[in-house]
Design a protein around this ligand. Structure first.
Ligand SMILES: Nc1ncnc2c1ncn2[C@@H]1O[C@H](COP(=O)(O)OP(=O)(O)OP(=O)(O)O)[C@@H](O)[C@H]1O
Length: 824
């Protein structure tokens, strides 16, 4: 027995009135309704267990005290979470409800409701089985079957409808018929508000009879059409004839279906013409024509009708043979790219190479689909250079944000078997740009999720694979579309979370963070003029344009931001522009035209960072390392401490305690460093605690941020040696490098980011693995190389030589090995 909960979430509907026993598609795009989808429907484990109420929206003056609505279950949900968010819900009506009171208004509406009646297929004891009702009901059932017989529908639909009409209990029949008939909203609302079963039958019966008449008339009209001079249009004279033949009542030809039918027929004709003119490939055209024929035979009242119509319209909207012409002027392209973005030389070079090849391709050469992937910290311009590449090439641009996408139908679309199904983002994107060779920016490809609904990464593989993507089949479209002309550009912060098969198909281009000098130039040339534009400050007070001094920019970069990219810097400039705008529009103050260092504290508040806020290492057991994170390089201190082993501990060696959310590789690296220290610092004359008698605790602040990778190896070893020797590590030195059991120092990644982070933090000396010398030469800007004292180390011994203020004499056991290690 169906029991509706007494408190259920409510969805207000505009045009749709859901009748009990019928299915409807509801569009959800208002914010409170979107919240309902996000917070309630998306969180249920099974969609069908989620019962909500739908209430038709009424005008304020006719608002009833206890509105009547329908309790529904959700059958299917589809849509986009990307702004502007929009969902389509396929719902099935259960029974009427009466709203007693609204108990919650935000973030979505919840109401206390009373259930009215039962589920259509449940026998209702309150309905009398003698008297007028069964009699009228059987008449209605016969008429409904007569109407269905008269309709021009295919055999299966006919059988289905007739079985349904025969099976339905008396009390549910009028509701189902009301959902099938074309009725005005107010009439349908009256049906919903009508709580008496007999009265419902009395209301629907004349409508069914009228519809039977209309269908008959349409048929007669069709038969007679040839004999009228106007073809399908019936004139006054013709009406006279029809009247004489008794086919017209009260001088009126009530033909709601006639109008629908005609406009529909016109629409279908138009659609057919379009399908023939958009250049569908032969195999697609065959499918389209077959579906069109099916559509023509289908009654428009069937939900599948609109599904098929939408599908065919999509076929006409897709750019099957529309493409933009590439601008292949290399010189101009270089100028354009330089104009939009400072630095980023590797990227620009690669784009120019691509253009050169494209130019040759036009002369007969051929290259496979190109997929570039820009990897780098946030705010370094990965997305915006993608946009500028499209502009340079003269192609359309479309951005697809993949962050958090965990359903493969987001990429490949939903199968068309359900109402409310939609194509995937690739096909939707092509529809919106209207050209088949756009630049598609797949943003945040490293944040693709994996959910119960399949792996979107696998779906992307098919999109990006040059071998397959010339015949990509979207589930909704169900015919192949050639994606090989699209220039795909992906962006990511890190490569480690990109599925390896996907990574394999992309050409990785690293976009490292900027140096201070680069940031200042970007600010002067790009960000400041852009912010002036955005804030309408290009022309304040007699053409004067606010200017910001280089010193002020430098201070904002150094003291108010600490980032690899320029996003925060951009935000700070926006704050400055807002302050200037306020002054420019207030009558009491003179407009601020030259912004200097002294204006910054009033506008931006106290500075956030201080060059001198580096840790002055005042205790043994601490060393500064350099870490690479997805937001750029960072200075990371490693802390080591020793304590007596616990009484209960029977083992011969002390424990190693690691804290600071370390990944597996980093844990192993810490163990390696400890083992090296244990095995090489034995016969010691060191003053600190003895390793063999102690538990070692290594901590990596900040504890809440996850860390991984082997590059902290030499820093951990240095911190331990400092602890054991009681000597301080130099405060002005930072290091990075992987350690081996033999004490060799191996190369690590992210060198540019790490050195820049040290530079930003005011550290002047860094220890880097000898094998990373090449990266420093090729990646680091000259001014940073000049400013930094970079020491290359091949063994941990060399690290220790450089890391301490006074020389630390460590009696290393296998000295010969250590001395040779840098040559290994
Ligand atoms: N080299 C540059 N020259 C000019 N402007 C730049 C440069 N680098 C970044 N910008 C500007 O910085 C802002 C942020 O860039 P963008 O949004 O493209 O960063 P992103 O690397 O895509 O970041 P995320 O990884 O967070 O998506 C943009 O306004 C962009 O124009």
């Amino acid at each position: 027995m169906l029991q509706i909960p007494s408190r259920i979430p409510i969805l207000f509907t505009d045009d749709i009135i859901v009748m009990p026993g019928s299915s409807s598609v509801i569009k959800v795009d208002r914010s409170r309704d979107l919240n309902l989808v996000k917070y309630v429907i998306a969180h249920t484990t099974s969609l069908r267990s989620c019962i909500i109420g739908t209430i038709p929206r009424t005008l304020p003056m006719e608002k009833p005290k206890h509105p009547i609505g329908t309790a529904v279950i959700i059958m299917q949900i589809s849509g986009m979470d990307e702004p502007p968010s929009k969902y389509m819900l396929l719902v099935h009506g259960l029974c009427r409800i009466s709203v007693e009171r609204i108990t919650q208004n935000t973030p979505y509406v919840v109401a206390q409701v009373t259930q009215i009646g039962k589920w259509p297929f449940e026998p209702d004891d309150n309905i009398p089985n003698d008297g007028d009702l069964p009699l009228l009901s059987s008449k209605l059932r016969q008429s409904a079957i007569q109407l269905v017989n008269a309709l021009d529908v295919n055999k299966e639909v006919l059988i289905h409808l007739k079985t349904l009409l025969k099976k339905l209990p008396d009390h549910a029949l009028p509701d189902l018929l009301a959902s099938m008939l074309h009725m005005r909203k107010d009439k349908k609302m009256e049906m919903l508000n009508c709580l008496d079963a007999l009265e419902r039958i009395q209301r629907i019966y004349p409508l069914i009879m009228e519809r039977i008449e209309n269908v008959k008339l349409v048929k007669i009209k069709k038969d007679l059409a040839g004999s009228f001079p106007n073809g399908n249009k019936i004139g006054k004279k013709d009406l006279q004839i029809l009247n004489e033949e008794g086919l017209i009542k009260d001088d009126k030809l009530i033909m709601t279906p006639k109008r629908d039918h005609d406009s529909l027929a016109d629409g279908l004709e138009c659609l057919e013409k379009k399908l023939k003119s958009v250049g569908l490939p032969p195999n697609v055209s065959k499918v389209a024509m077959r579906e069109l024929q099916r559509l023509k035979k289908m009654p428009s009242a069937l939900p599948e009708h609109s599904v098929l119509l939408n599908y065919l319209e999509l076929l006409t909207d897709l750019p099957w043979c529309i493409s933009t012409t590439d601008t292949l002027d290399l010189q101009k392209a270089k100028e354009d790219l330089d104009k939009d973005h400072h630095s980023m030389e590797i990227l620009k070079k690669r784009v120019l190479e691509y253009l050169a090849v494209q130019k040759l391709k036009h002369r007969g050469a051929n290259i496979g689909g190109l997929i570039l992937c820009f990897v780098g910290p946030p705010g370094v311009g990965k997305t915006s250079i993608g946009r500028s590449i499209a502009k340079t090439l003269g192609r359309k641009f479309h951005r697809i944000s993949l962050g958090g996408v965990c359903d493969q139908s987001d990429i490949r679309g939903h199968r068309r078997t359900y109402i409310g199904s939609m194509p995937g983002r690739i096909i939707s994107g092509l529809k919106s740009v209207g050209a088949n060779n756009p630049v598609f920016l797949l943003d945040e490809v490293d944040k693709l999720g994996k959910g119960l609904q399949g792996d979107p990464g696998a779906a992307l593989l098919e999109v990006l694979d040059a071998e397959q993507n010339h015949s990509f089949v979207d589930h909704y479209l169900n015919v192949p579309f050639d994606l090989s002309n699209i220039l795909f550009i992906a962006t990511a912060n890190i490569t480690s979370t990109i599925p390896s098969a996907l990574l394999d198909r992309m050409e990785i281009l690293e976009v490292p963070g900027y140096t201070e000098e680069e940031k200042i130039t970007i600010c002067k040339k790009h960000l400041w003029p852009k912010q002036l534009d955005v804030h309408g400050l290009h022309n304040i007070n007699n053409g004067a344009k606010p200017d910001i001094s280089e010193e002020a920019i430098k201070k904002v970069v150094k003291m108010y931001t600490r980032e690899a990219g320029v996003r925060e810097l951009d935000r700070k400039l926006a704050s400055i522009c807002r302050a200037v705008a306020v002054q420019a529009t207030s009558n009491s103050q003179a407009p601020l035209v030259d912004i200097g260092v002294d204006d910054l504290p009033t506008i931006l508040g106290p500075q956030k960072f201080d060059r001198t806020d580096l840790l002055i290492l005042s205790k043994p057991g601490v060393a500064a390392g350099l870490a690479w994170t997805k937001t750029g390089g960072e200075l990371m201190y490693v802390e080591a401490s020793c304590m007596d082993r616990g009484q209960m501990d029977e083992s011969s060696i002390g424990k190693i305690i690691l804290t600071g959310q370390l990944g597996d590789v980093m844990k192993e690296s810490a163990q390696l460093a400890v083992s090296w220290v244990r095995s090489n610092v034995k016969k010691t004359d060191l003053k600190g605690p003895k390793l063999s008698n102690s538990d070692i605790h290594l901590h990596f602040p900040a504890g809440a941020v996850g860390k991984d990778g082997p590059s902290a190896g030499i820093t951990i070893a240095t911190a331990l040696v400092s602890l054991l020797s009681g000597k301080l590590v130099r405060s002005d030195i930072a290091m990075t490098g992987e350690i081996t059991l033999q004490g060799r120092v191996l190369p690590v990644g992210g060198i540019k980011e790490k050195v820049l982070a040290a530079h930003r933090a005011g550290i002047n000396k860094v220890l880097l693995p000898a094998q990373n010398r090449r990266d420093v030469i090729t990646e680091l800007p000259h001014d940073v190389c000049e400013a930094m004292d970079i020491q290359y180390v091949g063994s941990i011994e060399e690290v220790l030589e450089n890391a301490f203020l006074d020389e630390v004499r460590i009696p290393i056991q296998c000295e010969a090995l250590m001395n040779n290690s840098s040559k290994l």
